[in-house]
Ligand binder design. Structure first.
Ligand code: KG4
Ligand code: ZN
Length: 341
């Protein structure tokens, strides 16, 4: 069975074709970074307009790369939320129209379920149950995943998401959008010194599994204001900020694994592309003699492959969309129906 996946929730148009027998056949991504860079962040109207331009050529390319025709498809999956409404509508309309023309189902997919399942695209996928750490631009969550589609939220950020904290801190350091990867590069290439500052580890002593990153950003602002604007200061701040986020994530993951009596961790979402954070979590899990799974870096950030995969699972469970086009800018992950076939 073949499922086409379309991702258009934010600033990247992603398209992929997933085969339930052979796995991922082809995928392609178009990033809007140059469009939004001059504004320092995503401009929703420009995002929607660019998705419109890119989505059809990307579908053609992916079908060609996969060696299939559109008539071979069994379903079209699309990101139905959460995300920017104008951006979501482009993918949803395209998927719904294509599915109607081909007389096949359209499958609405939850963007965060896509992220969470992305490590299953790898050669050694995690087995259920596990604890998932979802760290993206809009969400930071710890989730108990008993089975595919069964998501119990154990904790989340009470203020900024981890990716948002990266982006805002990067802005304070004068780095261009998109901040997260730029901040990582500054810490690494600028040989940032982990001992130069000690930033707080908010909520680390609390017994719950929630996160908070807003205070960390304020601590960075104080140091930026004191700094003499030397490049080395900035690299040091970037490094120490990254260390603080990594510590908070490790600490709460460990707590979540203890509370659930599990020793398998799955880490997904844009921030899981960060090498320092991957390494810290790997070290922590090695000490616990547990296993940690990530997606390859290009599938940590937004992509069509994760939507095609999640769409395939929902399709096989018989969960197909109606003829209506519905998108959900806000959509709690815990409200999804179970994925039992
Ligand atoms: O998952 P994602 O692509 O989109 C959302 O669903 O939000 O995540 C984007 C977020 C952004 O905040 C971006 O700065 C962050 O992930 N990010 C990173 C890295 N790559 C992306 N943060 C830190 N280090 C990175 N290498
Ligand atoms: Zn995302």
């Amino acid at each position: 069975m073949l499922v086409l996946g379309i991702e258009s929730s934010c600033d990247e148009t992603g398209v992929a074709i997933y085969d339930d027998q052979r796995g991922l056949l082809a995928h392609a991504l178009h990033t809007q970074i140059p469009i939004h860079a001059e504004y320092g962040g995503v401009v929703p109207e420009l995002a929607g307009r660019d998705h419109i331009k890119r989505v059809v050529p990307l579908i053609r390319k992916v079908a060609q790369d996969a060696g299939v025709t559109l008539q071979d498809l069994d379903a079209v999956a699309y990101t139905a939320g959460p995300g920017l409404i104008g951006a979501l509508l482009v993918g949803a309309m395209e998927a719904r129209a294509l599915a109607f023309a081909l007389d096949i189902p359209a499958i609405p997919v939850h963007h965060m379920e896509g992220h969470l399942l992305a490590p299953m695209l790898e050669d050694t996928p995690p087995s259920f149950p596990f604890v998932a750490l979802l760290v993206s631009g809009g969400h930071t969550m710890l989730i108990k995943v008993a089975a595919p589609g069964s998501y119990e939220i154990l904790g989340e950020s009470v203020d900024d998401a981890a990716g948002e904290a990266f982006d805002k801190t990067a802005k304070l350091l004068g780095l261009p959008y998109p901040g997260g990867p730029k901040l990582e590069a500054l810490a690494r290439d600028g040989h940032g010194d982990s001992n130069a500052y000690h930033f707080p580890r908010p909520m680390i002593d609390r017994p719950n599994l929630n996160f908070s990153f807003a205070g960390l950003k304020t601590a960075v602002l104080n140091e930026v204001n004191k700094s003499t604007d030397l490049e080395q200061d900035k690299a040091n701040i970037a490094q120490c900020f990254e260390d603080a986020v990594a510590d908070c994530l490790c600490h709460k993951c460990q707590k979540a694994l203890e509370q659930t009596h599990m020793n398998t961790l799955v880490v997904a979402g844009g921030v899981s592309a960060n090498s320092a954070i991957r390494q810290s979590l790997q070290q922590m899990m090695a000490q616990r003699k547990g296993q940690v799974f990530f997606a390859r870096k290009e599938f940590c950030t937004d992509n069509g492959a994760m939507i095609a995969l999640a769409g395939m699972l929902r399709f096989k469970a018989g969960q197909v969309g109606s003829l209506e086009v519905n998108v959900f800018p806000r959509w709690p992950l815990s409200s999804l129906p179970p994925l039992s076939a």
